[in-house]
Design a protein around this ligand. Structure first.
Ligand code: HEC
Length: 232
């Protein structure tokens, strides 16, 4: 006669840890057979357990195909990163400037740094088109030949800081101090006629800089990304 514990093909699961660290299916099944003989009584809870066990057994059978069972949550490889390691990679500053570090800079202070570390590739005034033009191009976005620069295209100043901080100079990313990044950012904003030579940019003032193309972007209308795109 069929007892409820047999519905779903198995006895009660008495190995809640199985889903995390499963023994080979042969061991599991023989263990379960033994328990099945011992099982007495039934009930709805047992039926649910039986169904859950059936699902677990199916997963175990599939996983056992290679005779190597995954060990969640690490898969037996590597280790969890430390908070400090995550911090070292988590460099992105959003457009509202959240997370901008202490420090400050002006275009006046940024000029010599830029000349030394950036001008060879971008030109002393950001005018060298060899790689990316950094200045000029205002008013060209609606023409047949749009010129994308910080002044004509970038919508936010804080993300400019973020981009330079993590990726420039191209051949030595991450080499600038926070103050140096503030200073060259200020210099580039000044080259584009957006701020004055002695205006100080820091964590507070930089997100408030009004970029000329701030309102030139169209929000992504797809419903699943619409809200998220507003945050950029
Ligand atoms: C060795 C050459 C080189 C040096 C030095 C260099 N850059 Fe760049 N820069 C590049 C290249 C190449 C790109 C394009 C990278 C890409 O598109 O992935 C770029 C892109 C940029 C951009 C993005 C422009 C845009 O509108 O997309 C900025 C801003 C920038 N650089 C700033 C700087 C600053 C500031 C420095 C100095 C601290 C610097 N670069 C030094 C080669 C260089």
């Amino acid at each position: 006669m069929s007892t409820p514990s047999q519905i779903g093909g198995g006895p009660p699961a008495s190995r809640p840890g199985c889903a995390v660290r499963c023994p080979p299916s042969s061991i599991l099944q023989s263990g379960l057979r033994r328990q099945s003989r011992r099982s007495n009584g039934g009930g709805l809870q047992r039926t649910r357990r039986g169904l859950r066990l059936a699902a677990i057994l199916l997963a175990v059978t599939l996983a056992a195909a290679s005779h190597v069972l995954a060990q969640l949550p690490t898969y037996g490889l590597g280790r969890a990163p430390t908070a400090e390691e995550i911090k070292a990679w988590d460099l992105t500053i959003p457009h509202d400037g959240q997370g901008l570090p202490v420090g400050s800079g002006t275009a006046r202070r940024g000029r010599p740094i830029y000349v030394e570390k950036c001008a060879a590739c971008h030109g002393e005034k950001g005018e060298d088109p060899k790689y990316n033009l950094l200045a000029g191009g205002r008013g060209t976005l609606t023409t047949d030949k749009p010129v994308l620069t910080i002044g004509s295209f970038w919508p936010h100043a804080a993300t400019l800081w973020s981009y330079i901080n993590r990726s420039q100079p191209v051949d030595e990313p991450g080499s600038l101090t926070a103050d140096e990044v503030y200073a060259v950012t200020a210099y580039l904003l000044h080259l584009n006629g957006i701020i004055g030579e002695n205006d100080t940019v820091d964590a507070k003032t930089l997100p408030r800089v009004q970029m000329p193309n701030r309102d030139g972007f169209v929000l992504d209308p797809r419903p699943d990304v619409g809200e998220a795109s507003k945050a950029r």
